[in-house]
Write a protein that binds this ligand. Structure first.
Ligand code: UDP
Length: 235
């Protein structure tokens, strides 16, 4: 395997499958099976999970809700997703710990960096819930932050598209896919990979990002073994 310790970012929407809202248990179990393929090969896996399938603070704010209140709801949504993912991983007999950035001790461990690293060394998957624990941030920022903190080799952003395109492939038939692209070129071309806060944090810390299609079976193990699928953003 090319990567020994990875941070996998899954959006909340990824967990919806074909639904409009919430969690699709079949999709969760497919993801758990994909993750099992890499833990079986000894890869250390940390996961940051989003909450957009349940609630987003900005969506609440656009309808008049206090933004911070909405962001707190969004952070709790990521903990709900984390619990669901933990169950699915445990169904595959993968030992898993959920650590939350917001204290919710009866439900999840608090985020403690050294403890998270120890779990990884022992072969446990660590799910980071609660985002960064702060309003006005996203789980993409949480993913980059945690990846840096645990010294991950790479961030794998699992999406439903198979990489980064020159323009939106669903709207533009001339859109071309990049195999590799630099951080600078992503910014220069105005491409959307992550929000700017998350993206520049990754750039400043020289942490590569791979965007790939997580919904095709076998892709995760291919990416981790170094196969050139998806798009790799590097210095
Ligand atoms: N959130 C937050 N701080 C964080 C991470 C998330 O306040 O550090 C809130 C925010 O309201 C966000 C919601 O949680 O909209 C869900 O996260 P996100 O939108 O990143 O989820 P995804 O798009 O990955 O499903």
């Amino acid at each position: 395997m090319q990567y020994k310790r990875i941070l996998l970012k899954l959006s909340g929407e990824a967990l919806m499958g074909n639904r409009q809202y919430g969690i699709d248990p079949d999709r969760l179990s497919e993801y758990a099976k994909e993750i099992k393929q890499i833990t079986d090969k000894g890869v250390q896996v940390a996961i940051v999970i989003g909450g957009g399938n349940i609630f987003r603070g900005v969506a609440g704010a656009s309808r008049g809700m206090d933004r911070v209140q909405g962001d707190h709801m969004g952070m709790l949504a990521t903990v709900i997703n984390g619990l669901a993912l933990q169950s699915a991983l445990e169904d595959e007999e993968i030992p898993t710990r959920l650590q939350s950035a917001v204290k919710i001790n009866e439900v999840a461990e608090p985020f403690i960096r050294r403890k998270a690293i120890r779990h990884l060394e022992k072969g446990r998957v660590v799910i980071f819930g609660g985002g960064t624990g702060n309003p006005y941030f996203t789980t993409d920022s949480a993913a980059v932050l945690r990846a840096i903190e645990i010294n991950a080799d790479v961030i794998l952003k699992g999406t439903r598209v198979d990489g980064i395109y020159s323009s939106d492939p669903e709207k533009d038939t001339n859109a071309t896919k990049f195999d590799f692209i630099s951080f600078d070129d992503v910014l220069r071309k105005g491409l959307k990979v992550m929000d700017t806060t998350a993206f520049t944090l990754s750039q400043e810390n020289e942490l590569p990002i791979i965007v790939f299609d997580m919904n095709t079976r076998g892709n995760l193990v291919k990416v981790v073994s170094g196969e050139n699928i998806g798009t790799k953003v590097n210095l």
